[in-house]
Design a protein around this ligand. Sequence first.
Ligand code: FAD
Length: 439
Amino acid sequence: MNWTKDTPGYDEERRGFQLLTPHRPDQIVGATSTADIQRAVRSAREQHLKVAVKASGHGHVTPLDGGILITTSRLNQVSVDPQQQTAWVEAGSTWQQVIDAATPHGLAPLSGSYPGLTAVPYTLGGGLSLMARRYGYAADHVRRIEVVTPDGELRKAEDDPDLFWALRGGGGNFGVVTGMEIDLFPVPTLHGGSLYYDLTATPEALAAWRDWTRTVPDSVTSAVSVIPFPDIQPVPAPLRGKYIAQIQVAVIPELAQHSAGEGDAEPARRLRDALGEPVLDTVKELPFTESGKIFDEPARPDAYRSRNVLLSELDPTALATIPQLAGPKAEAMCIINIRHLGGVLSRKPNKDNAIGHRDAQYSLTVLSPGEADVRDLQRATLQPWADHTIGRSLNFSYGPLTGQEVQDAYDDYERLSRLRAQYDPGELLLPNHAIRARQ
Ligand SMILES: Cc1cc2nc3c(=O)[nH]c(=O)nc-3n(C[C@H](O)[C@H](O)[C@H](O)COP(=O)(O)OP(=O)(O)OC[C@H]3O[C@@H](n4cnc5c(N)ncnc54)[C@H](O)[C@@H]3O)c2cc1C
């Protein structure tokens, strides 16, 4: 399927979830097969045009102006091998599609907080799942990748150690992935949800979450979002108009019992004991198909900008600055999301794939909805964290970054840059966050 600027449906096809700076390609190829992707890449190469790829467009940052946009949403088959506990996932499959295919076999993938994300780009960027501290990054559990490299060839990346290394963490810089085989895990349910605390009544909520994260086993992955909720109808009544700390908890049930000697409900109960009753509590046993309820993120497309830092520790002094710098009185709305890392994420060997900064213990993102330029506000919000910042996650960076800021995401940018020069010397691909080909 093809669109040009004057074809009906062009606008719908070029847009994704992120409404900021949409692509304006000369041509769009709505891929329904691997051959479509090969043809599009070869055609761009012959005409000296740039190629960008759009899946669901949640992570979209870098607009393509002219050139060819490949959209992958129609390439969305998922097949599960219950014996091997793996799934073959095509380029445009959402995590919800993978979850729905895996759960009838009692299996689950390393999907993230929002199941509407596309599995392949999430994983190419590393992929921080609801079970991250127990199993590591999603990219650590990729067995095979099929990819159309910028020369138009379809390759099995696992046969080429350099390409396989670079794709797992290096994003869309090395080719257009058509599908990948990933590990699944025997986790039919999670014990999870959110505890919402009003920060005016419970100002100690952030510090208490921080202290609690230092006590939990690897089977507990959690985060906190700090949100100034507007006083409007769609917001649930207990949260309306309040400055809320939403503590998001995902416990892998059986493992929690075995590794910590505590029941599934115990970690959340300990938080409640420390902080008192929350204004809203959604924590319960959930079938994995409902894992999106844990973070309960909005499903409506929007414009948003964010900056992320990876931290060696969560400094209590910096934590205390959030309400002043990014609270309800800030010049633009700021949502802070802090995810607890460590566990197996830090213990996997750091040279297996391109993922950087495995020793990070927390990831902190400041996100502002809307189109306003909030760069100064977001930089000021992150300033108190400077002493403990060791890098950044590109998956959580929604906004243009400098070349140096992209480099800061990796431990071995030099190798990535060399490999970009090997596979894409003319920089045919326009990835979200560019690794520049070494000259
Ligand atoms: C609400 C929300 C929740 C999130 N939760 C998590 C989370 O829990 N964990 C986490 O790790 N991340 C999370 N993210 C970040 C997410 O992983 C990134 O935004 C990622 O880019 C996925 O976005 P997408 O599926 O919409 O892909 P798109 O935005 O469509 O694609 C992003 C980029 O990936 C590349 N790409 C896409 N498809 C291909 C392909 N087939 N081959 C090669 N390159 C390709 C391109 O460079 C493209 O520009 C979240 C984002 C949002 C908005």
